[in-house]
Design a protein around this ligand. Sequence first.
Ligand code: ADA
Ligand code: CA
Ligand code: CA
Ligand code: CA
Length: 204
Amino acid sequence: GTGSITGSSCSTNGAQTTVNATIRVTSGTYDGGCQRFNAGSALGDGSQSEGQDPVFRVENGATLRNVVIGNNGADGIHTYNGAVLDNIHWMNVGEDAMTIKSSGTTTVRNIEGYDADDKFFQVNAASTLNVSNCIIHRAGKALRQNGGTTFRVDVTFDRCDINDMNEGVFRTDSSSSTARLTNSRLHDAGTICIGPWASCQQSG
Ligand code: ADA
Ligand code: CA
Ligand code: CA
Ligand code: CA
């Protein structure tokens, strides 16, 4: 069963900081204290234009915790060589919410995000992505392996509430990638598996 899906416990009316240069988390834990981190125009405008900078860049297994990404989400959060994202709330996803930029395992838990014009998770490198306790409302798709790439991505979503996707949940162009959705609730979520996935399943 789905149990309870609570998303993030951060409220969206905390103190707001404008981020004019990407905050880099290279080791240990960065605890945002549930402040609102809003992208300044130096990072981008949160539109669909590519080449915007992320608000946070998390590397080498470091942890980013207790963060609200404000109404300008720019290019969201980038991970390199694996990372942990815990208790993150995207008020209004920008170009995308989170991008895997290099290989590793990225663990994402207790998150929620709203209003992604196209992608929520963007995966640009062979990697593993494990997501649990997530709420994604309004996006084109919840996850996109970078178009035209054929490397292997292994993704799991557990206890997710996915609502109002224009296109669907998981999309790849790779026949070696896998996706699994468990214990989740879908509403107007489109096609769950788009593309030639080696395996793509929903259960529980
Ligand atoms: C699009 C674009 C890629 C990359 C990606 C992203 O898919 O074609 O080059 O920029 O978005 O990481 O946002
Ligand atoms: Ca993009
Ligand atoms: Ca948006
Ligand atoms: Ca992007």
